[in-house]
Design a protein around this ligand. Structure first.
Ligand code: 13P
Length: 253
């Protein structure tokens, strides 16, 4: 079975004290995460070390960065390299979130470089894709997402692509309270898997986890995660509330 993943994306939220409490509340709920599942907390850079310490090697729970730079090192004031992340035992990094694409003008080509950089240090990129509202209204979302995948991932070889996690996040559903229906999510996830299968083969595509993101909550996680090609979620707002995120973890298949 593909890995089923509940990933929290805290974005630019929580003080250290608030984040520490949130993580503790989730850890102390003693939720069991068995081996085909995984829980990931993408926390702000300043909390990566302390969050990792809090998790204390808890099985199948990991801390992720929300971003990294595409260069190995150098004069890039304010940026964080994958070697820095690897040196503090970080094994996951969100790459190409729509907020970074929009506010920091990250292109598909730049994201291809970030993906490569992550893989060069054994950091799993959680590669985000997804269409804006106008594209959905135009019913051209399938082509739009296929181009994102092609331009950022198709240069990878078969070994490398298997290390990537994909998150489909329709931009119109992020932070809006408006989720894609489970049928819309399934349709796009099946399309993403077909696009990957076409490039890398069925067996490889079958093994890649594809997460859904966009207004996932405790109340709708079961329905969305029950879809055959949805392998969990990347969660913003609801991941900031311990009881909500615990319910989301419990909804994993
Ligand atoms: P919300 O869950 O707040 O809609 O955010 C989704 C998201 O962007 C996760 O990366």
């Amino acid at each position: 079975m593909r890995k089923q993943i509940a990933a929290a994306n805290w974005k630019m939220n929580n003080t250290l004290e608030e984040g520490t409490k949130l993580l503790n509340d989730i850890i102390n709920s003693n939720i069991q995460v068995n081996n085909h599942k995984c829980v990931i907390f993408a926390v702000p850079f300043p909390y990566l070390v302390s969050a990792n310490q809090q998790l204390d090697n808890k099985s199948n729970m990991f801390v992720a960065a929300q971003n990294c730079h595409y260069k190995a090192a150098g004069a890039y004031t304010g940026e964080v390299s994958v070697d820095m992340l690897a040196s503090i035992n970080i094994h996951y990094c969100v790459v190409g979130h729509s907020e970074r694409r929009e506010y920091f003008l990250e292109s598909n080509q730049l994201l291809a470089e970030k993906v490569d950089r992550c893989l060069s240090t054994d950091i799993t990129p959680i590669f985000c894709c997804g269409e804006p509202l106008a594209i959905r209204e135009d019913d051209s979302q399938n082509d739009y997402v296929a181009v994102q995948l092609k331009e950022s991932l198709f240069h990878l070889d078969i070994e490398a692509i298997q290390k990537v996690v994909i998150a489909y996040e329709p931009i119109w559903a992020i932070g809006t309270g408006k989720t894609a229906t489970s049928a819309q999510a399934q349709e796009m996830h099946a399309h993403i898997r077909a696009v990957l299968a076409n490039q890398f083969g069925n067996a490889i595509a079958d093994n890649i986890s594809i997460l859904y993101g966009g207004s996932v909550k405790g109340a709708n996680a079961n329905e969305i995660f029950s879809q055959p090609d949805v392998d969990g979620g990347l969660v913003g707002g609801a991941s900031l509330i311990a009881t909500e995120f615990i319910q989301i973890i419990k909804a994993l298949k």
